[in-house]
Design a protein around this ligand. Structure first.
Ligand SMILES: [Zn+2]
Length: 146
């Protein structure tokens, strides 16, 4: 995805003097909306869109809130003929670790619900299914199988 396309999905977008962009972070962690526009966006050297939230929202949450996945932050290979898609292994490992940690918490919340005999709402179900899907995709990406 090109940075312009990513920016078009955000609110309160403004370019900063250093060439980065700021916008409101779209995650639900900002309960009343991100009034401080604490999200920073910039284009990485490899064409990747880099996002950073001052409140600490993980990139996976930010992309999910926009209806995207982390892989959407990478430049599409067909737009860069001849160039290898650069993905840093360290970045991938950190990324996967954060997602696994987040989804482990989600799973424990789900178990808690079950134990208390509470029903899941449609939103809960969507959340848990998205969580399972994320874990599965990340496992596949690092070569895991069932
Ligand atoms: Zn945030």
């Amino acid at each position: 995805m090109q940075i312009e396309e990513f920016l078009s999905r955000l609110n309160r977008v403004r370019q900063l003097p250093d060439g980065q962009w700021q916008a409101s972070c779209p995650t639900a962690i900002h309960q009343h909306g991100d009034r401080s526009a604490g999200l920073r966006i910039k284009a990485g050297d490899d064409g990747r869109v880099l996002v950073y939230c001052h409140a600490g929202c993980h990139a996976e949450l930010i992309t999910a809130a926009l209806g995207l996945t982390l892989s959407d932050l990478f430049a599409e290979p067909e737009r860069r003929p001849g160039a290898a898609v650069a993905r840093s292994p360290a970045y991938m490992t950190r990324d996967i670790a954060s997602v696994v940690a987040y989804d482990a918490i989600t799973a424990s919340i789900a178990l808690d619900h079950v134990q208390q005999g509470r029903n899941f709402t449609a939103d809960d179900m969507a959340h848990f299914q998205a969580s399972a899907g994320r874990l599965f995709r990340f496992a596949q990406r690092v070569g895991g199988s069932v």
